[in-house]
Design a binder for this molecule. Structure first.
Ligand SMILES: [Zn+2]
Length: 282
């Protein structure tokens, strides 16, 4: 398995041979940064945990060198930060018993540049080696440019595959912007009720990001709980936690579909719902 950068890594927590480790994948998450996977993809990580026939693989596209740093990490160089963030990502892969953790090590600048072919090419290779049934990435209304860049590269890579080799489902998930605003019929509910202890550990290992006072651990678990409770106003909670997803599958079933039109469709339905309620209640 050869990626564009010599510094790219494939970490296999259980030590299986790489080809075998990757080919067992059923659920694949493609994320921008170290810790995004654990924030947005708790449901598939849980679904695969200790299941002999389901395996989760994570892909982190960027090198982590530009990460914010504070506390004991305040004086770390970019290179030291890159190393610590990759080490944290491997700890999470170990705790979550991932099939494999791929670290592509691109700079954010390259991932954000649609003209650069390398990120898409590495994702195509990853998809061919893993053949996942389900793919999770950032949602297209996220407010972080690199996240949206990763989601667009993911769609571009899947579109390059022959139709019979594409995953069955592609979901865009929550990190920098929740998806509570989607109409309920547009929401994909990913249940995170199971293994809350494991979810806490999975985010807790990213000490370099939390140490500066950004409590991603508490915020992420809180968002899951809030999503579950505020989802239905008239029913008791049936889930202890939910992460919301945006179904991006139509964009990979039809490679010619306009991406912006598809995403703005969610916004237009939200807009129409607001206008209708205000009119009815006036
Ligand atoms: Zn991120």
């Amino acid at each position: 398995m050869k990626f564009h950068l010599d510094t790219a890594e494939i970490f296999v927590p259980d030590g299986s041979p790489i080809e075998q480790a990757l080919s067992r994948t059923t659920h694949l998450c493609i994320a921008a940064h170290q810790d995004d996977i654990e924030i947005m993809a708790a449901a598939p990580i849980s679904a695969c945990f200790q299941q002999p026939d389901k395996w989760f693989t994570g892909v982190v596209m960027t090198d982590g060198a530009g990460s914010p740093r504070a506390g004991i990490y305040a004086d770390y160089t970019d290179e030291e930060m890159r190393r610590v963030r990759n080490k944290e990502q491997k700890k999470a892969a170990m705790i979550g018993e991932y099939a494999a953790q791929i670290l592509l090590d691109f700079s954010s600048t390259i991932v954000k540049d649609a003209a650069r072919p390398e990120p898409v090419a590495d994702l195509v290779r990853t998809l061919q080696a893993t053949r996942p049934k389900y793919v999770y990435t950032h949602n297209l209304t996220d407010k972080h440019d690199t996240h949206v860049g990763v989601a667009l590269r993911t769609i571009a890579a899947i579109r390059q595959l022959p139709a019979d080799q594409r995953p069955e489902k592609l979901y865009g998930c929550e990190v920098w912007r929740g998806l509570d605003w989607l109409l309920d019929e547009d929401k994909v509910c990913l249940d995170t009720s199971a293994h809350e202890n494991l979810q806490t550990a999975l985010i807790g290992v990213f000490d370099s990001q939390i140490a500066g006072g950004k409590r991603y651990d508490l915020a992420t678990l809180g968002r899951r709980r809030a999503n579950a409770t505020f989802f239905q106003s008239h029913a008791v909670d049936t889930s202890q936690g939910i992460t919301f997803g945006m179904d991006l599958t139509p964009l990979i079933e039809n490679p010619n579909m306009d991406i912006a039109d598809y995403v703005l469709g969610f916004v237009q339905r939200f807009n129409a719902d607001l206008a209708d309620r205000l009119k009815r209640m006036a």
